[in-house]
Write a protein that binds this ligand. Sequence first.
Ligand SMILES: C[S@@+](CC[C@H](N)C(=O)[O-])C[C@H]1O[C@@H](n2cnc3c(N)ncnc32)[C@H](O)[C@@H]1O
Length: 386
Amino acid sequence: MKKQTDIGLQYLQMLGVRPAKSRADAIAKLDALMGKDCAQLSQLWQEKDIERIYALKNETLPLSLHFSGLYDGDLYRKVCNWIAAHRDAFGQEILEVGCDCGVLSCFLGSLFPNAHITAIDRTVKAVENGRALAKQLQVDNVTFFHCALEDLSDLQFDTVLSVRTAHENLTTMDIQPSFALLLKQAILYGNTMYNYAAELARHVRKGGTLVTIEKMGRTPLFLGWLLDLQAQRLTLQRAHYQQLDCTVLGAPLTLQAVSAKKESSQSGDVYDFWCSLYPSQPGQQQWTGWAAETLLQNLVQELDVLEDGFCAYNNDGAICGKYALWTLHGGLVLYYRANAEQTTVGLYGAEMVLPLAEQLQTLRQRAQAQGLILRSLDATAEKQLD
Ligand SMILES: C[S@@+](CC[C@H](N)C(=O)[O-])C[C@H]1O[C@@H](n2cnc3c(N)ncnc32)[C@H](O)[C@@H]1O
């Protein structure tokens, strides 16, 4: 098979930036570039003062480019390669939301010379740097505007692109771990991004496409985002979906690249899409993580008798574990164990009810010995979505 050109890497090399190997490596390099401003930057990270971080990193174009390269070089490489491999998702009039210093805007401009890119950001210095970068790279089909998405007029585009902006536009960050059913968790997370998804969708013309490449794992946050897109009558383009596994400061970071089309008809079922991310192996008896939560969600209607089950809470009242043993219509037994680190779901034959009930009893005694507060599960409440 012909090897695909690594257009993302070529672009980064052309910009003269490269990712740092670790946080310490990034800080040492930024220290050399920024001097005492680097200490201020660390302070702003601690305070989570995102707006001032963007202003500071955009102090000059070379600083902004190196900063982005050190932190996000590998991520840019993968995003650019995804864009190049999915050119058919992009039309003539493109809106890029949250363009920062224009790294992706200029990539789009040169990849699509016949298109026009409107690039917006709410950080004024970022936009100025974007203009300077476009001039430096002689890219003349990108127009930069200092503007927040929510203040953009009613203009509509063939394609709206957002890369890593959703997490900065949540209505609340305060969702506690709950061990609730997967769909319930997804709806909670989805609610925090609903308005932002609506804002993005508002600028997609009928028949146009929304492309989002967001910082999310395959978690309820991502499922919530998909539900939000569906609520905007956007249809997921299955062929365009890709998980981008990146390395940032030597650590893994996951992005979900998704494109969705604005159609007049009812959009497809994103929950089916979600389930397709967790195919079962033949003969599989145990599932872990979100695959386990997905299995449980899919079997809710089959849950028959709750043989035993409890939730464990710490002294602050925060939930830290949930354990349940259900028999299913048809005779199988479902054994659910979840704590802060891991969820496991096992499906067993009916003969396993007694040994598993004993195991659950041992877990209960252990939790009691640890001083946790235990509450029995309510079978009816467990099956409800709200
Ligand atoms: C994490 S950075 C990502 C920048 C760029 N998309 C990338 O992937 O390199 C987020 C950028 O989006 C901008 N931003 C976030 N929310 C925005 C909004 N509602 N309207 C305009 N810009 C926004 C921020 O100012 C920041 O420059």
